[in-house]
Design a protein around this ligand. Sequence first.
Ligand SMILES: Nc1ncnc2c1ncn2[C@@H]1O[C@H](COP(=O)(O)OP(=O)(O)OP(=O)(O)O)[C@@H](O)[C@H]1O
Length: 238
Amino acid sequence: MSLRVRDLSFSYGTKQALRHVSFEIETGDFCALLGPNGAGKSTLFGLLTRLFTVPNGEIEIAGDSLRASPLIALKSLGIVFQQTTLDLDLSVRQNLSYFAALHGLSGKPARTRIDGALARLNMLERADEKVRALNGGHRRRAEIARALIHQPTVLLLDEPTVGLDAAARASITEHVHALCTEQSITVLWATHLTDEVKPEDRLLILHEGAVLADGRAKTIAGDLPLADRFLEMTGAAA
Ligand SMILES: Nc1ncnc2c1ncn2[C@@H]1O[C@H](COP(=O)(O)OP(=O)(O)OP(=O)(O)O)[C@@H](O)[C@H]1O
């Protein structure tokens, strides 16, 4: 099991954002975390990345407890935040080199890792372009490559396709699915868009801080299109 979450609850003051959330994701699975705005997706990511800590509940990343061994657990985690965090005036390679240095990598080992990560996202030929010159889809791919440099086994992506056109969204979704099947990376992909979820994907539906459904997307959808099932369950269009 690559990611295990048990009984997480979280409140901002009196506003309860997560209610007894529990789930487990197997190695190499693509898991979509689907929820309307305000469902609690970013709060859950904040807890998984240790932006916030809670006295209750348990999180294990690749078998390591985030509470008992935070540094070891976080080493297994790659993160793509909702807001882009690339330096627009540096090249793709410079951005990734900076991140590699933060992980103690420099020289040839860093170059090998960076080239490998960029190649996986079909971005190697863009390595020396300034990020400012790239379109939104390529910026996102550079960001995903950056999140892979330290060779995490679990990758979290918080609504990574926000603001992208349909073609770029489809391309990024395909690339990240390939990371699961070809590299056995475990993915948790937050979204509010049902068309990013494939029938074979694992699906968690989060609504008002609670898990409403957990299973294969096609099983949860049943005889309805997933968008209709989601609307039926949450009252939200997606
Ligand atoms: N700093 C905060 N203070 C108070 N309430 C907050 C804060 N951040 C989030 N909330 C509330 O907590 C709930 C969960 O928010 P969260 O951002 O985790 O949801 P989300 O599913 O990520 O939504 P979105 O897709 O809009 O980012 C919402 O009701 C939100 O209004």
